[in-house]
Ligand binder design. Structure first.
Ligand code: UCC
Ligand code: FAD
Length: 587
């Protein structure tokens, strides 16, 4: 026995130090750039006041309440019940109470509706996406069904709001929880998610009343508890034949409903996917076994008709990417005021601050890219878009999606490291942000597939989209020409832009294989130069802060025109294809 005498039992001594955890504060009030952007661009005093007051209140709700619902979705992931206790097939996807609450909230807060009731005219999309940006990291990925719902409403608008989709349109854009519907987007089949033209095996069998029944297998269907879906299939002719390739695809609308016995009409849920992230929401494999459907597009125009949905969902994807970066940074900077190492707070270590500042620059660039695409979308939908705006929107949508998707993984990964070991610990909630970011470059078109989409849209417009791009970058730089503190950044972007113009001229005389090898670097160059121009433009605003200038200067110090330097190093010569393959398969 020691001085205290013999103690047969004692509570474990774990020490007295416990680290304070990072605290989530109102994400709207924590985000100077978001507020600055809105203050600068929203038109009248009344519009800007209404948006600020809504986003302030919503941001408070996100921090105080919604964030815990999102977390609950992660902790109580969806599960599939195939059979009822008596052996009847029910295919019931059981979701958490929080997931259902998020659906109601989404309707009440107008997270889709704001884009359609257009109370703020051409700025309605900027407002809607700003709200989603504040919501996204706490949303338990409810932003995924909302993206598809928004995309479906857009497609219905483009084909005409009339039966059989009139009611669906009203529900998708409703603010009444009891009316509100979400939509799926079932495009991917086992043979191909990128190459849907070749990969789609689903057939549409015409019925005597003009409707169809769909038979096929959809390999990835997210947020499968949706009320309806848009999907692709090949119409069978009388002999049962179909047209192969993209030209054989048509777009269909189908409701997800149950018969009197409680069975899904024309659908069997094969299983739920076991995923790296996005575990909060169900992603299912579906057998379509006579799913009743209506054709929305002309026969063979399925891909072109669903492109409207792709534009919207890709913009939502970019919003979520920028929001994930912002969230990890918001938490990291809070943590740096609470954590001490080597005798001082993390915030007082210059190298730690440099790390966070670089993340901040990336996040600002991503945010401005995203908001600019939303601005263009708003102009197009309000009938105010010039030809230049239309070209820019087409070019920038895939560029911004692919670039922000990659940035999100890099920034969130760095962000996790800024919490040290705690960034790797599940119940902090931090690892989930990284897992969820990883999908952003895969779904809605992978990085390479979107890079090739950029090439196609340049070719199809005979280069007009690039003319619009160059003209707009020049006009953004011209607006900052008198601001001496921004001069190094303006010079860097102007230089990179002329390198890019030279590349385009040279590449025009090369075979398509050359351009394909350059496609990803070209898309990155377009993104970096455009983001630089937007950062400069924002910093040249009369109410901008010195931080805005510092961010613009910081961004422009990196390599901006990747294609120019890599071209001179022979990176796109056709001979590299064989060498790349030989290297990859070196055994
Ligand atoms: O992943 C999915 C859902 C995930 C959950 C939702 C998350 C949302 C964000 C949430 C954040 C938390 S759904 C599956 C998504 N799948 C894809 O994105 C497919 C990727 N593959 C492609 O994008 C390919 O490039 C294809 C499928 C479009 C290629 O097909 P084609 O048939 O070879 O395409 P073409 O020949 O390039 O285009 C056919 C027509 C053309 O029109 P016409 O005939 O009038 O000349 C094109 O101009 O479609 C038009 N088109 C487009 N139009 C094709 N792509 C576009 C576009 N992006 N914009 C406008
Ligand atoms: P593939 O097309 O086989 O691509 C494999 C690789 O090849 C990729 O790296 C790609 O970039 C590359 N590649 C392909 N073609 C080329 C080319 N021409 N040149 C260079 N590289 C190329 N789909 C839906 O329809 N609805 C959903 O709701 C849905 N939800 C999803 C949820 C999750 C969590 C995930 C992970 C996926 C989901 N998807 C959904 C599917 C997703 O859209 C596809 O996985 C994606 O489009 C890629 O298709 P794929 O898997 O067939 O890959």
């Amino acid at each position: 026995p020691g001085a205290e005498g013999y103690l047969p039992f004692s509570r474990a001594r774990v020490g007295s130090f416990f680290q304070d955890q990072p605290v989530l504060k109102n994400p709207f009030l924590e985000d100077a750039l978001l507020r600055g952007y809105l203050k600068r661009h929203l038109p009248q005093e009344s519009c800007s006041q209404a948006v600020f007051s809504d986003l302030s209140a919503f941001g408070e709700l996100v921090a105080k309440e919604i964030d815990t619902w999102g977390r609950e979705c992660e902790l109580s992931p969806p599960r599939l019940v195939h059979f009822d206790p008596w052996g009847r097939r029910v295919d019931h996807i059981v979701t958490s109470a929080a997931w259902k609450r998020l659906k109601d909230l989404s309707a009440q807060e107008g997270l889709v509706a704001i884009g359609y009731d257009k109370s703020f005219g051409e700025w309605s999309r900027v407002y809607q996406m700003s709200k989603l940006y504040v919501f996204s990291p706490s949303s338990g990925l409810y932003t995924c069904p909302l993206a598809m719902t928004d995309g479906a409403a857009k497609v219905i608008q483009s084909v005409g709001v009339s039966p059989p989709v009139e009611e669906a349109y009203g529900r998708l854009t409703s603010r009444q929880p009891e009316c509100f519907w979400t939509s799926g987007q079932w495009m991917t089949e086992r043979q191909g998610g990128s190459d849907v033209g070749t990969g789609t095996e689903t057939v549409a069998v015409p019925q005597t009343d003009g409707s169809y029944k769909l038979h096929g297998f959809k390999w990835f269907t997210s947020a499968t508890d949706a009320d309806m879906t848009l999907t692709l299939a090949r119409v069978q002719d009388r002999s049962g034949s179909t047209t192969p390739g993209s030209r054989g695809l048509s777009l269909f609308y189908a409701e997800v409903s149950r018969d009197e016995d409680g069975r899904l009409r024309g659908i069997e849920v094969q299983r739920l996917k076991d995923k790296l992230g996005t575990r909060q929401m169900p992603t299912a494999e579906l057998l379509l076994d006579g799913l009743p459907a209506h054709r929305l597009s002309e026969e063979g125009r399925g891909v072109a008709s669903i492109a409207n949905m792709l534009t919207i969902t890709r913009i939502h994807n970019s919003v979520s990417a920028a929001a994930a970066m912002r969230r990890v940074l918001q938490l990291a900077r809070d943590y740096a005021t609470r954590r001490t190492a080597f005798g001082k707070l993390l915030k007082d270590h210059p190298l730690h601050m440099q790390t966070l500042a670089r993340m901040e620059v990336e996040t600002r660039a991503a945010f401005l890219l995203v908001m600019d695409v939303c601005r263009l979308l708003g102009r197009e939908e309000s009938g105010l878009a010039s030809q230049l705006d239309v070209h820019l929107l087409r070019l920038l949508t895939p560029v911004v999606k692919l670039y922000t998707g990659k940035q999100a993984v890099a920034v969130v990964s760095e962000g996790l490291e800024s919490f040290g070991g705690q960034g790797y610990i599940e119940d902090t909630g931090l690892p989930g942000i990284l897992r969820d970011a990883q999908v952003l470059s895969i779904w809605e078109g992978t990085t390479n597939v979107l890079s090739l989409d950029v090439l196609r849209c340049v070719a199809r417009s005979s280069g007009m989209v690039l003319h619009a791009y160059f003209a707009h970058v020049k006009s953004l730089l011209a607006g900052a020409s008198g601001v001496s503190s921004l001069a190094p950044a303006v010079k860097a972007i102007a230089g990179a832009q002329s390198e890019l113009e030279q590349f385009v001229q040279i590449a025009a005389s090369r075979p398509p294989s050359y351009l394909q090898l350059a496609a990803r670097d070209l898309a990155y160059s377009l993104a970096r130069i455009y983001a630089g121009a937007l950062l400069i433009d924002h910093a040249s605003w009369k109410d901008a802060s010195p931080h805005d200038t510092y961010a613009a200067l910081g961004w422009c110090k990196q390599e901006l025109c990747l294609v120019a330097s890599r071209q001179t190093r022979g990176c796109y010569d056709p001979s590299t294809t064989a060498l790349d393959a030989a290297l990859v398969y070196d055994a």
